[in-house]
Design a protein around this ligand. Structure first.
Ligand code: ADP
Ligand code: ZN
Ligand code: ZN
Length: 804
């Protein structure tokens, strides 16, 4: 038996399949999708079995044997194996990187492999029984020298679920097993009692208690319940009445333990019109992509929940993607209260071990629904019935490192494979998505009103230039201030949103205008109040806050800009009676802090929730009647063709937090560009006009959805090398591509240097370029092989969202 393996050595030279011989003893265990250990040069490395075969073009005598197998059940299904090939092709990544992206990080760390008994030992085939006579788990290594027949029995025991293949992952400081005391099966209650002397009262009590509990109980709780010590338990063990086993417990990622169940709401007519075509696609096992365009508060989530209900009733599974920052406890709560323990959750706030546990619940088919951030799109479900991407316009669905994939594309691949619907939901769809819906590539479903005739909030746009002219130098306009005050008087709640990007705190000299920048990157340093230092957000460089200007020596060097801390300070000055909860990276660093703060706000422990992007989405509190946006145009002028789109989307999202229930909502938007169409049209809640206007600009500028883009990034520590390579690449592209394709550059990247590496880029705009994949592959191959040790980096992004 021979296997094709892709090895975990992500380099250009090793990006191919290698054949390995399967030692006879492992033949019964091996199948494709398993992780294995193989000799590779002088080392042993991890790899994935892509295929099993009996012939190789390599001479059999030259083939090496694989060293070990790491899984008892494939971690990559046949579908995921195919998806990996597709990803490799589409995003030009190394094949092994595609597979690694599908699995939790814990699977790359060292783990102890165990075989665990799931049943009575007598039920095992006699060949493997001896191993489990005295213990419930053995390590895989114990069987290292066993004959093939024995492993065959192991495999069938695994298949029949008599044994289970588990891993012990080292996850610092968190226990993941629990000791359980178990009554040995050959003694009954009375026999046991006879063996315990009358004076050993504690032991007798414990024995009886254990018998009452059905013969098994967690040891710690047992000792606690009987107010005794371990010695008592030890006494029973010594008499051969009980044994202790270690049982695996999942790390629980939920702080909230018991979730109240909710029932499906009767759908409104508008919701029914949307739910019906989705239901049809589910019932007919048909792949159909839907774009669900529904204003904030129009009941999209309820549609998702009921569609999932249908999918579960058919015995199938569901993936729900939500952007990382809107993966709020509130959002998770809505799914858990409907589907209880059927739900796994995956997001970056979980520890490595927790993520791994959540993944394993899916792999073991213990859950049917996963709610997660981008990478949850790879959940190893085998019978998918629906994929939902909420807030589909969010750029977090694009991964900015290899494999540079967009979750939307992966969703479509999986939807086609499983013949199931894919729902893209948003109040402000990405331009590309809405354009596709208009062309009929996606089925457009619209919810134009909020549930039960609740009005959209009224939006007032305040021109901050006028405020300044009128003598108001505070960061709150008259209008916002008086409305905040009013809310305090009425006992209602407000949300204040600060656009993070507009308010980085940089340090500048008032005399000469010098701005403190990182010495390794061409980017200004950010002031951190906590330790009075300056930090680079790109390379991590840190230095103390200077006392004098490095350029002119003046002492008038200050930090500028205003973060959430500063807004908070000002709030306490002008509205001292207001109770404020601040949510930003600083206050939510601790695990569970995010959840805690929102809970406090939900319980009315504060009047104002002040925060950055992380409060823009997913919040649904009945008492919020005012939303204030402090700097609406902060990101309008970024060098990115999507800047206006992002502004419109963000403002619409934030506004959507107000008046979602019975109380009507108001929004105050503070800006220096009140006439810009992206701000004007938020006021009117008019996505369609926004779409038409933006499409006109995209057509003029030659941007998506009229053109496809590919961005090539070139970086090296020597600037001459970067320029040289960039120019060669551009020349090659111009030769190879169709005349209608536009190659822009090479130009210096907006951030010209990061970590002492100089950065250049070029952008390809094209409509139809069937050869592009091959051409890009050649570029990568050529330039990466030319230089050694990866000094030169050429990154190719087929769907760029970041132009920095
Ligand atoms: P969206 O996801 O579009 O922002 P939600 O699903 O959060 O909207 O719905 C907004 C509010 O309306 C929520 O409080 C939700 O519980 C409520 N809601 C949704 N559908 C219904 C319905 N059919 N009947 C009553 N209330 C509903
Ligand atoms: Zn730096
Ligand atoms: Zn100066």
């Amino acid at each position: 038996m021979i296997v094709e393996v892709v090895v975990d050595v992500p380099t250009m030279q090793t990006d191919r399949r290698y054949d390995y011989l399967v030692p006879e003893r492992l033949e019964s265990i091996i199948e494709s999708g398993l992780r294995v250990v193989v000799p590779f040069g002088p080392r042993k490395v991890q790899g994935f079995v892509l295929a099993v075969k009996h012939e190789s073009s390599v001479n059999k005598g030259k083939l090496k044997e694989l060293a070990d197998v790491l899984d008892g059940k494939p971690v990559l299904t046949q579908e995921l194996l195919e998806l990996g090939e597709w990803l490799t092709d589409e995003t030009l990544c190394f094949q092994v990187s595609a597979y690694q992206a599908m699995l939790p990080a814990a699977m790359r760390t060292k783990v102890i492999k165990q075989l665990r008994l799931l049943t009575e030992v007598d039920k095992l085939p006699s060949a493997i029984r001896p191993y489990f006579q005295t213990q419930d788990a053995i390590t895989w290594e114990t069987l290292a020298n066993e004959r093939k027949e024995v492993l065959q029995h192991v495999k069938s025991a695994l298949n029949e679920q008599l044994l289970e293949w588990t891993y012990v992952v080292e996850d610092k400081g968190r226990k993941k097993t629990e000791r359980i005391t178990v009554q040995l099966s050959h003694v009954n209650k009375d026999e046991g009692l006879e063996q315990i002397p009358k004076r050993a009262k504690k032991q007798r009590d414990m024995w009886l208690f254990l018998a009452e509990q059905g013969g098994r109980y967690p040891s710690l709780s047992l000792i606690e319940a009987l107010e005794t010590t371990r010695a008592t338990l030890k006494g029973l063990m010594d008499k051969g009445l009980v044994k202790e086993i270690e049982e695996e417990v999942y790390r629980d990622p939920f702080l909230e333990k018991d979730v109240e169940r909710t029932e499906p709401l009767p759908l409104t007519i508008a919701q029914q019109n949307v739910a019906t075509p989705i239901a049809r696609s589910i019932e007919e096992n048909r792949h159909e992509p839907f774009l669900l365009h529904g204003v904030t508060g129009s009941g999209k989530t309820e549609i998702y929940l009921q569609a999932i209900n249908r999918v579960l009733a058919k015995g199938k599974q569901a993936i729900v993607l939500v952007p990382e920052i809107s993966l709020t406890p509130q959002m998770v709560h809505r799914f858990r209260s409907r589907f209880g323990s059927k739900v796994a959750v995956m997001h970056s706030g979980l520890s490595v071990g927790e993520k791994y546990d959540e993944w394993r619940k899916i792999h073991r088919r213990e859950v049917q629904v996963v709610v997660g951030a981008r990478s949850a799109i790879f959940a190893p479900f085998e019978n998918l019935g629906i994929i939902i991407i909420d807030e589909e316009h969010e750029s977090t669905y694009k991964q900015e490192e290899a494999p540079r994939y967009h979750a939307r594309d992966v969703a479509m691949f999986r939807g086609r494979y499983h013949r199931c619907p894919v729902i893209l939901g948003s109040a402000t769809p990405a331009l590309e998505s809405y354009a596709r819906a208009k062309k009929g590539v996606y089925t457009l479903l619209s919810l134009t009103e909020r549930v039960n005739d609740r009005p959209m909030p009224t939006v007032e746009v305040v021109d901050m230039r006028e405020e300044l002219r009128g003598g108001n130098r505070s960061m709150f306009s008259e209008a916002l201030f008086s409305k905040l005050k009013q809310r305090l008087e009425r006992g209602e709640q407000s949300v204040l949103f600060l656009n993070r990007r507009g308010y980085s705190t940089f340090v500048m000299c008032r005399d000469c205008g010098y701005v403190a920048t990182c010495e390794h990157c061409d980017i200004s340093l950010t002031y951190h109040r906590s330790n009075h230092s300056l930090k680079c957000h790109y390379c991590g460089h840190e230095e103390p806050m200077p006392k004098v200007c490095k350029s002119c020596g003046s002492e008038h060097i200050r930090f500028f800009g205003s973060g959430t801390q500063k807004v908070e300070e000002e709030l306490t000055k002008v509205l001292p009676e207001a109770r404020v909860i601040r949510m930003d990276v600083d206050t939510t660093r601790k695990k569970g802090a995010h959840e805690q703060l929102l809970k406090q706000f939900g319980q009315g422990e504060a009047d104002i929730l002040l925060g950055t992007q992380m409060i823009a989405k997913g919040l649904d509190f009945p008492n919020i009647t005012l939303v204030g946006i402090l700097a609406a145009d902060a990101m309008l002028h970024l060098p990115d063709f999507r800047a206006t789109e992002r502004t419109f989307q963000l403002l619409s999202q934030v506004s959507g937090r107000a008046g979602r229930h019975t109380l009507p909502g108001e929004v105050v938007v503070q800006t220096y560009s009140p006439d810009h169409y992206s701000i004007e049209l938020v006021k009117q809640h008019d996505y369609l006009s926004y779409f038409e206007t933006e499409m006109m600009y995209r057509r003029q500028g030659g941007y998506p959805p009229y053109y496809y883009l590919t961005l090539i990034h070139i970086s090296h520590s020597q600037i001459t090398k970067v320029i040289d390579v960039s120019e060669k690449i551009v020349r090659f592209l111009r030769e190879q591509l169709d005349d209608r394709a536009i190659v822009l550059g090479p130009v210096v990247s907006p951030i010209a240097r990061i970590n002492d590496r100089y950065r250049y880029q070029c952008l390809i705009k094209y409509k139809n370029e069937p050869e592009l994949s091959r051409i890009l592959r050649e570029i990568r191959q050529h330039f990466l092989q030319e230089t050694s040790r990866g000094e030169l980096q050429v990154n190719i992004d087929r769907q760029p969202y970041l132009f920095m």
